[in-house]
Design a protein around this ligand. Structure first.
Ligand code: MG
Length: 286
């Protein structure tokens, strides 16, 4: 099943697609439904009214995840284009704060202190069962479903220090959505899916999830050795080759651009790009 999460003036609304229209499940949340074991329960959707889009604004599929664990250098070609030696023997895990997340359609904001805003199309894995020290053979039982992520990065801040947290956590840079797709809708571990990033309609990244160095089950096993994974936590599984900073000349995103990340069977995440100063002026306009 496919879900979208909306904000309305008096709270949130979860919507599910019944195959032809979006249905209104009310003020429940995806995390609540996962915990109740009902994300693939058709009866819930069949009995719900059709969604009235009036006054609704799309949110990320999980609006405030407890943890967003990102993975760097998880595709061989991307590892080779990055300023590091060899292929990683252990995932380059780093955190993303929930406060950096935005929805499909929201502008990715280029901060006025940098001209190095880069795209990173990625698979997002949403955890459906808590666990610590999860064995790789059991790991996919802990996946509720998948979504699409653009791990937009401020490159000069990413490489200012010895780790990447600042450059990966600017406000309004973690695009996530538009929808959550339950794990039963895609191949196990989301394997074999085409991933493509387009900037202003031009393909800039094209890969397959099969190309990941550490696949979804391995990432879950390795992440759960140091932290308890909780329902609604998100693992962002890394980006393939083609990012802007590795190009000659570099290709960074700027005000007026539109960036799309499409993953086969999961969806297409589309975001405009805006400069911080211009966005602020717009917000102040009547
Ligand atoms: Mg990334």
């Amino acid at each position: 099943m496919r879900y979208r999460n909306f904000r309305r003036s008096d709270g949130q609304t979860l919507a599910a697609h019944d195959g032809s229209v979006w249905k209104d499940l009310g003020d429940t949340s995806l995390v609540a439904l996962i915990k109740e074991g009902r994300i693939s329960d058709r009866s819930l959707v069949d009995s719900a009214p059709e969604l009235d889009m009036t006054g609704l604004r799309l949110l990320p599929p999980v609006s405030v995840p407890g943890k967003v664990i990102c993975v760097g250098l998880n595709y061989v070609d991307h590892a080779k284009e990055s300023p590091y030696e060899g292929i990683p023997k252990y995932p380059a895990f780093f955190p993303r704060f929930s406060s950096s997340l935005i929805a499909d359609g929201d502008p990715i904001i280029r901060p006025f202190i940098s001209e190095e805003l880069d795209f990173e199309g990625e698979l997002a894995v949403i955890i459906g069962k808590p666990g610590r020290h999860i064995a790789e053979k059991d790991a996919l039982d802990h996946v509720a479903g998948y979504s699409v992520f653009n791990d937009a990065s401020i490159r000069n801040y990413q490489f200012l220090g010895v780790q990447w947290t600042p450059g990966k956590n600017f406000d309004d840079t973690g695009a996530f959505g538009p929808e959550f797709v339950s794990a039963d809708e895609v191949p196990a571990g989301a394997k074999g899916l085409k991933l493509e990033t387009r900037l202003n309609g031009k393909v800039v990244q094209s890969a397959n999830t099969d190309d990941m160095i550490f696949p979804v089950d391995r990432l879950i096993a390795l992440a759960s050795t140091f932290t308890t994974l909780q329902v609604g936590d998100v693992i962002v599984a890394g980006t393939p080759a083609g990012v802007g900073f590795a190009r000659k000349p570099p290709l960074f995103m700027k005000d007026g651009d539109v960036v799309e990340v499409e993953i086969e069977k999961i969806g297409t995440l589309t975001n405009p790009v805006r400069d911080e100063i211009k966005a602020s002026k717009r917000a102040l306009a009547p």
